[in-house]
Design a protein around this ligand. Structure first.
Ligand code: PLP
Length: 416
């Protein structure tokens, strides 16, 4: 058996990018055969600060050198204490967020499962309202609130206890999910029981880079508060500065009841995830929701270093806001140049999508970018969107280089 034959058929990214990577630095990945790739994928949002950031790497190496505890479930460790102090001081207190921090298992879906379980426990209700196009993870609770038919089909059991409504802009914006929800809840004969929570992404990443309007998010928050439904923001992909501010909901001026955070929270690609919730929602019994890998101390070390490196001032946030304008302009021009093929460009901060009219064109463009040394993935209901998610720490030159390659790739794909 070789490495090539032993891995399950379930593998996916390595099919699109059939090279063996062995190093990563900043915005670049290096393959064993000597080829170099500009990484506009960024670990699906887990590498907002790029590969092996030197400050984070130093902190991790120092910790390992001194035989720092690597595994500890939820025992008290110096690494955990330091992370919690940094997180409170750099993130929660400046934003006046009175949240408790729960360490669920290490991946995003663990954070979502904890959020759903807590919302149900607090309210004594079981239905969760989720949106068209949503992606929340692959474990059964998260899958039940995920939209994708392909992903849902893998569950093998009925996925229930979910009420699905249109996301902002769904079907050209003709149907208002919020009006539907409010109207149904207001009618005693609608047959709709009061849900425990609404869960939403501020920008749907896997759903095809669909940014919700700030006013829509504020209306949703108002509806939830008025009807005593908990509001969960899944900030797993869009948090940690991806859209500009640390949390992607800040621009809407809302305070969710529960927040899911993972991917870039460790800053280094190490598995780590958090579920945050208002203090009065902390009704957990000790050990009621646990897991072996909640205390990823190596991740706590890099997470604290990342907060200290990037979130002591507003430099990164401002830079991302400037780059939003740059990407909006240049992708808008690219879209205007190919109206027969590209339906729209959309995004926020440093997450952007080029929505193609035909999925095979998006596939072709992604293939052409790979041939030219740029990694981009696709998303959307039929993978029709080419998704750009460069590290937030990319240089101006790297951004220009990636956009240049993308333009060439689109031209090559269009030429057939
Ligand atoms: N929620 C969102 C918004 C995500 O984008 C993802 C992953 O892409 C998840 C949840 C699941 O995270 P994980 O794959 O770490 O379980």
């Amino acid at each position: 058996m070789t490495a090539a034959t032993i891995e399950s058929e379930v593998r996916s990214y390595c099919r699109d990018w059939p090279v063996v990577f062995d190093r990563g630095q900043g915005s670049r990945m290096f393959a064993r055969d000597g080829r170099v790739y500009l990484d506009f994928f960024a670990g699906a949002g887990a590498l907002n600060y790029g590969h092996n950031h030197p400050v984070l790497k130093r902190a991790l190496l120092d910790y390992l050198e001194q035989d720092g505890v690597t595994h500890s479930l939820d025992m008290l460790t110096a690494a955990k204490q330091d992370f919690l102090t940094e997180f409170a001081g750099r993130v929660l207190v400046p934003r006046r967020l009175d949240y408790r921090v729960q360490f669920p298992g290490p991946t995003g879906t663990n954070s979502v499962e904890a959020a759903l379980k807590l919302a149900r426990k607090v309210t004594g209700r079981h239905t969760i309202v989720a949106f068209t196009g949503a992606f929340h993870g692959m474990s059964l609770g998260s899958l039940a609130i995920t939209g994708s038919a392909t992903k849902r089909a893998g569950a093998g059991v009925p996925l229930g206890h979910t009420w699905r409504i249109p996301y902002d802009g769904f079907a050209g914006g003709q149907i208002s999910g919020l009006t539907l929800l409010d109207t149904m809840l207001g009618d005693r004969s609608s047959g709709m029981d009061l849900p425990a929570a609404v869960i939403v992404e501020t920008v749907q990443g896997e759903g095809g880079i669909n940014p919700a309007r700030a006013t829509w998010l504020a209306d949703l928050a108002e509806l939830c508060a008025r009807r005593h439904i908990l509001l969960i923001i899944d900030d797993i992909q869009m948090g940690c500065g991806r859209t500009g501010p640390f949390f992607s909901f800040e621009h809407a001026g809302i305070t969710p009841d529960i927040v899911c955070l993972s991917k870039s929270i460790s800053g280094y690609g190490l598995p780590m995830s958090l579920t945050l919730f208002r203090t009065e929602l902390d009704v957990w019994q000790p050990g009621e929701h646990n897991g072996t890998f909640r205390g990823n101390n190596s991740a706590f070390i890099t997470a604290a270093a990342a907060l200290n490196e990037f979130w002591t001032d507003s430099k990164l946030e401002k830079q991302t806001a400037e780059r939003e304008i740059l990407l909006d302009e240049s992708l808008g021009e690219l879209t205007a140049r190919h109206p027969a093929h590209i339906a729209a460009s959309r995004g926020r901060g440093l997450v952007w999508g080029l929505a193609f009219r035909k999925p095979h064109m998006a596939e072709r463009v992604a293939r052409e970018t790979f041939c030219r040394g740029l990694l981009v993935e696709r998303s959307g209901s039929v993978d029709e969107v080419v998704k750009l998610m460069p590290p937030l720490t990319s240089t101006d030159q790297e951004l220009a280089e990636g956009l240049g390659i993308l333009e060439q790739a689109v031209a090559a794909a269009v030429a057939g």
